[in-house]
Design a protein around this ligand. Structure first.
Ligand code: URA
Length: 218
């Protein structure tokens, strides 16, 4: 990431020693599947908590058991999650852990073998999605191709661009640049920005294939 200027739309998680230790575990090639899932979940919860910080709030006053008023805040809008299948589904539990009974939609985009272009195969979204803030879930932002296509699906369902927050554990400068150029109003919350992509479009150093690591085939 040496000469990459991080766009203002991108919020990198605070680089604490906790986060670095979690990243070290999930990046190690010999980490067993169960540990990979457990520690990736911990990072996902941090991403969700940071994503929620970008929602609008209103003042809220409550009275504590001491009888004294506390001046706090409440979230103004409602949220939902949308996972980009299949790897994004691994982020659903982390979202549920932070937001009880949150609605979660799914989008499946795959490469069309004939055209080599990303193609929409499936979309199931909450009916009232246009009135919600959307936390878009995909663990790895590599080229940005699937994420860009997934956002188009959300826009086609009348979700406003500035009501989408894209969460991912690890991103590549190439993906960030492509995504931000297309959707400048969308906030990206990411755990770390890596050096770039290899010839197979994997993020390096990365974690390898995130989906395969979750099912134990990678
Ligand atoms: N998807 C993955 O699972 N890993 C990468 O490095 C890039 C895309």
């Amino acid at each position: 990431m040496s000469d990459f200027t991080v766009p203002t739309q991108v919020q990198i998680l605070q680089q604490t020693s906790q986060l670095k230790a979690l990243m070290t575990i999930i990046r190690a090639k010999d980490t067993p599947r169960a540990d990979f899932i457990f520690y990736a979940d911990r990072i996902i919860r941090l991403l969700v908590e940071e994503g929620l910080n970008h929602l609008p709030v209103v003042d809220k006053h409550v009275t504590t058991p001491t009888g004294v008023e506390y001046t706090g805040i409440d979230f103004k809008g409602r949220i939902c999650g949308v996972s980009i299948m299949r790897a994004g589904e691994a982020m659903e539990q982390g979202l549920r852990d932070c937001c009880r009974s949150v609605r979660i939609g799914k989008i499946l985009i795959q490469r069309d073998e004939e055209t080599a272009q990303p193609k929409l195969y499936y979309a199931k979204l909450p009916k009232d999605i246009a009135s919600r803030y959307v936390l878009l879930l995909d663990p790895m932002l590599a080229t940005g191709g699937s994420a860009i296509q997934a956002v188009q699906v959300l826009l086609d369902h009348n979700v406003a661009e500035d009501k989408i927050i894209f969460l991912n554990l690890i991103s590549a400068p190439e993906g960030i640049s492509a995504f931000v150029a297309k959707y400048p109003k969308i906030k990206i919350v990411t755990g770390e920005i890596d050096g770039g992509l290899d010839t197979h479009k994997y993020i390096v150093p990365g974690v390898g294939d995130f989906g395969c690591r979750c099912v134990g085939t990678g």
